[in-house]
Design a protein around this ligand. Sequence first.
Ligand code: ATR
Length: 277
Amino acid sequence: MIDGHTHLFGIIGDPVEHSLSPAMHNAAFAHLGLNGIYVPMRPTDLADGFRGLRSLGFIGVSVTVPFKVAIMDFLDAIDPVARKIGAVNTLVFARAGATVRCTGHNTDWLGANRALAEAIDPAGRTVLVLGAGGAARAVGFGLIEAGARVLLANRTEAKGRELADQMGCRFIPAAELAQVRADALINTTSVGMAPHADTIPIDPELLPRFRVVMDIVYAPLATRLLREAAARGCRTIDGLTMLQYQGAAQFTLWTGREAPHAVMRQALLDALQGRHS
Ligand code: ATR
């Protein structure tokens, strides 16, 4: 029920209508009996939109493409890891009387670490990250934060080397991929995403070198990478797992409550299903 006490949450992005986050967070509110609502919003102007969120009483807001970097200019404080990553995906508004302070966080790296931790503790492990975009930054810096040794590979070598240098990790050129040994492989590129579901970001023959293979692509859920990896005996982690854990971290930042993980995952699965039917 929406009434005068309903707490406001949401997501800003452009486009935003395909976001699975409203389903995930509203299911969590309903499950715990919290009087909150989470809505998708597409601001025509980011500065105006942010002022609106601040003054209208929003408590927590997710930030997605294309606003994750630009939003940082408006914030009162930024979490140190989010600053290193250079992107904010979560806003937390703290209200004291007429004063409102907004802090920016990044839960993508927490989501990636918690997803990987379903199979192995990243601390002290070697992880090969494929890609050098925004997702690779969050995953890579997050792994370093968790004490992992990161190796980075990317189609465009210059971009890969630049990110590897920023993270203080080793760049692996395509010709040397066949010599890499690592505990886990994480794909942060869009390779394998529908409608190109037959594509794979690494030669499948190399997959037995990794005990764990994780994908951030979740449409389809069983990407070709994960299917080929499972067929070769690797432990696999799908892209919805990272999405679920980054959402769970947001939920806890906003409500102070432990997130109902199973409920949130089921809501994501249902929303994904609905999108394809
Ligand atoms: P995001 O911010 O979501 O990570 P991005 O910044 O567009 O997205 O980054 C996409 C990543 O996927 C890049 O590392 C890109 O490689 P390039 O740097 O060579 O462009 C990678 N990528 C996208 N399509 C690819 C493809 N078909 N083959 C290999 N890598 C691809």
